[in-house]
Design a binder for this molecule. Structure first.
Ligand code: LMR
Length: 336
């Protein structure tokens, strides 16, 4: 189609104006993209929290922010996301405290077996002044903590009934990237294998590992229960998430947007943390109804034996994690 020189100039000017507007030529219309990869399924507590953050952020700041959530390790596994956030390749992270082992030992307080009896105890500690200092634990690595999301308490599953700690001897256990969790399995006489979450189902299915520990929600949504005939309801540990952002990126946001996103995240955190137990309860019931796994509920005496078997783990990591931090967590757990 023939266009006169005047129309051509006019179209070129319009195109330039559109590009400037989209790229922030006016300083107000820049679109900020927040990539948030994580490893669990969309229906897990973390999957739901991430999706809600996306929806609310985009609704409240139309055209100014796009949150790209990549669930189920579809973009990367946790260990890669630690590098990616530090280098600014992704802007946001929601990874299990356990996988930060190589960046800070302080998060390992959440891995100590039997420290927290339930999610309420964890919540009290996270909200305490000492717990809140953990938000700043990765500042040196250029990562700002904005909140903590819960998943739930961990159960242990295997190819045979694990009623007493001695039943786990000789089994190959998948664990997250955490020395405490590795020591936990060694104390049982098992053989620990650190492995990315996305590889666990296949490893259990093919017998690369025999056993694992996780929350009801993760065991259900990643279908571990299909390949693990026994699950012991031990509630011996906690899975929760450090939610952080790349500091340079965050500080580059216009103030109103940054504050608005922080307020949105606080709201989402409250919403998600109030639902995590219910999600785990529902998904436990679905496992039970499937008939694929038998759920074993240990007696208080049997539980006490597991607790005793974990004493060497506490002794080994007391100084690594910091006796003060552990003491503060115990106090909060006791409700003091
Ligand atoms: C794991 O076992 O790696 C999980 O706890 C991961 C997660 O993000 O819940």
């Amino acid at each position: 189609m023939f266009r006169g020189p005047r129309l051509g100039r006019c179209l070129a000017a319009l195109a330039l104006a559109a590009v400037l507007a989209a790229c922030g030529g006016s300083g107000e219309r820049q679109l900020y993209v927040i990539k948030l990869p994580h490893v669990t399924a969309p229906q897990t507590p973390k999957g739901q929290a991430a999706q809600r953050f996306k929806e609310l952020a985009e609704e409240r700041f139309p055209g100014r922010v796009r949150v790209e959530v990549y669930p189920s390790a579809s973009l990367m596994e946790d260990s890669d996301s630690l590098e990616a956030i530090a280098f600014g390749e992704i802007q946001m992270i929601a990874a299990s405290f356990s996988v930060f082992d190589r960046l800070t030992k302080r998060f390992q307080v959440f891995d100590l077996p039997f420290l927290f009896p339930d999610i309420q105890a964890v919540e009290r500690f996270q909200q305490s002044p000492v717990g809140q200092t953990l938000l700043d634990a990765l500042e040196d690595q250029g990562i700002l903590g904005l909140g903590f999301w819960h998943n739930g308490m961990k159960q242990v599953s295997g190819p045979r009934p694990l009623v007493l700690p001695g039943d786990a001897a000789g089994l190959k256990f998948r664990v997250m990237e955490s020395d405490v969790l590795q020591a936990q399995v060694l104390a049982l006489g098992g053989s620990p294998q650190k492995m990315a979450f996305g590889e666990v189902y296949q490893a259990l299915q093919t017998g690369t590992v025999d056993a694992q520990e996780n929350t009801w929600s993760n065991i259900y949504s990643s279908r571990f229960y299909e390949v693990q005939p026994y699950i012991t309801e031990l509630n011996w540990g906690y899975v929760g998430y450090f939610v952080g952002v790349n500091r340079a990126f965050w500080q580059s946001l216009p103030e109103d947007l940054r504050e608005g996103l922080e307020a949105t995240l606080r709201e989402v955190t409250e919403w998600a943390n109030a639902r995590s137990e219910e999600i785990n309860r529902e998904q436990r019931a679905l496992i039970e109804a499937s008939g694929r796994s038998q759920i074993i509920v240990p007696t208080p005496e049997q539980r006490a034996e597991w607790r005793r078997a974990m004493e060497p783990v506490w002794a080994e990591f007391r100084d690594v994690i910091g006796a003060d931090l552990i003491e503060a967590a115990q106090q909060a757990a006791r409700g003091e």
